[in-house]
Design a protein around this ligand. Structure first.
Ligand SMILES: Cc1cc2nc3c(=O)[nH]c(=O)nc-3n(C[C@H](O)[C@H](O)[C@H](O)COP(=O)(O)OP(=O)(O)OC[C@H]3O[C@@H](n4cnc5c(N)ncnc54)[C@H](O)[C@@H]3O)c2cc1C
Length: 415
């Protein structure tokens, strides 16, 4: 039987491998570090069907004001990087209402598929990942915030997702940790949350249960080909892993693996931060449900034993340097919306790199040449949300020759 190597053990790679293994197809995941050690380690844990992609016209308007402010939700430190300059130019030209609506049409069927998939995976595979299918609130404290939340909720509704608007009193009744003075919020009942690292680790275990292999500490440095077909992968320690197909799911890293086939992936690393606080020590309120704090673009997600404050977007290249001022913004944001954000030590502080494309859509599908190479990256702020559906589609592409949802718009040859 034909074998697939999946390079990258983040949520995307693990989901691709899971669906291949579940269908009885031989698969090996090669991960250079530990499973879930990239962006999938510490994201905000929200599964947000109907959430618009990054290329929103409103982002562009704000970007000019935010750009060089080191504590704004978006930060691009000044540096010479021609790739980033081109990416920003392309991103700007994709921040139109038409492009956004076109992207929403592409993502709509994926969003509708993903939540039932999460429900099924968690139930059938008994994933112990703190899955909470209770929806989330997006709350605002200014008229401007209200306009933005309303516009996005309208877009989600037009794509068939449910939203409910709540006045401040109703909000506070449902989530007593919210401070008074907010102007309201939108509830997204189809959203869910989980502990993202546990989700990926648990799913990686299930791959092995279906006969797949998961190899950590193994970095792919070259995709090998013969006569226009993939033959395997070479790792940094010189080992050759033979295979008939290779899925590159390396997130914001190792973009050069595809470059030797003339395929330049226009992916930039969008750094985000998290700070976990333990409600038992007074660091955060014991939140019932996730709240997204609109004016700061910060997410506050309750997980087993802690509340995670996560967010911000920084384009400073592929590095894991933590800028204290940006980290501090997370607690400042939480403190201005929530009661009980005490000044205590965090249980975890982390930054991770989102793989971001300039047009707001992921890159999923086969390369036109060589035969047998598939890409699955560029999910930006929606990698956890779209992980299972991406994995299912890639497995269908490989095993059935075509995916059950048309995602041609996500193929790399659009660039
Ligand atoms: C602060 C923050 C909050 C977020 N919140 C959410 C959210 O609430 N909901 C949501 O849907 N998304 C969220 N995201 C986005 C989400 O985390 C990413 O889209 C997703 O994790 C991307 O998954 P990935 O598998 O493509 O990449 P990664 O998780 O980065 O995984 C890539 C893996 O590939 C490995 N790798 C790289 N190169 C090689 C190589 N050559 N050989 C072997 N292994 C290699 C890396 O070590 C890594 O483990 C958030 C991101 C951040 C930073």
């Amino acid at each position: 039987m034909k074998r697939t190597i999946v390079v990258g053990g983040g949520v995307i790679g693990v989901c691709c491998a899971y669906f291949l293994a579940k269908r009885g197809s031989p698969v090996t995941v090669l991960e250079r570090d530990n499973i879930g050690s990239g962006a999938s380690f510490g994201n905000a844990g929200t599964i947000s069907p109907g959430h618009p992609p990054m290329n929103r016209p409103v982002a562009l308007k704000k970007a000019v004001r935010w750009l060089l402010d080191p504590v704004s939700p978006l930060y691009i430190p000044a540096r010479w990087d021609p790739g980033l300059v081109k990416w920003l130019r392309d991103f700007r030209s994709n921040c139109t209402q038409e492009r956004l609506e076109a992207n929403m049409r592409v993502l709509e069927p994926l969003g509708h598929a993903t939540r039932p998939l999460f429900d099924r995976l968690v139930e059938e595979e008994e994933l112990d990942c703190d899955y909470r299918p209770g929806g989330y609130y997006e709350v605002f404290r200014t008229e401007h915030g209200r306009e933005e939340v309303e516009a996005e909720a309208a877009m989600a509704r037009a794509a068939g997702f449910r939203t409910e608007f709540l006045a401040p009193e109703a909000l506070q009744e449902r989530e007593p940790a919210l401070k008074s003075g907010l102007l309201g919020g939108a509830f997204y009942p189809e959203a869910a949350t989980c502990n993202p690292l546990r989700f990926v680790q648990e799913l990686a275990e299930r791959i092995q249960g279906y006969g797949g292999a998961v190899v950590t500490g193994s970095e792919a440095v070259e995709v090998l080909t013969r006569d226009g077909r993939v033959t395997g992968v070479r790792t940094r320690d010189g080992e050759i892993w033979e295979s008939d197909r290779v899925v590159l799911a390396t997130g914001a890293y190792s973009l050069d693996l595809a470059t030797r086939f003339g395929c330049r992936l226009p992916v930039q690393a969008g750094k985000g931060y998290h700070r976990d606080r333990d409600p038992a020590t007074g660091g955060a309120p014991p939140l019932n449900v996730t709240c997204i704090l609109r004016e700061y673009y910060v997410l506050c997600t309750p997980m087993d034993g802690f509340v995670r404050f996560a967010g911000t977007m920084e384009f400073s290249g592929v590095n894991h340097e933590i800028r204290e001022a940006r980290m501090a913004q997370l607690t400042k944001a939480a403190d201005s919306f929530l009661e009980g954000v005490g000044d205590v030590e965090s249980t975890s502080e982390w930054c991770g790199l989102r793989p971001c494309t300039p047009d707001g859509l992921p890159i999923v599908g086969p390369l036109s040449a060589p035969e047998g190479v598939y890409l699955a990256t560029g999910h930006a702020m929606l990698g956890l949300t779209l992980g299972p559906v991406t994995g299912q589609l890639v497995a269908e592409w490989i095993l059935d020759g075509r995916p059950s949802i048309n995602v041609d718009a996500m193929r790399v040859d659009r660039f």
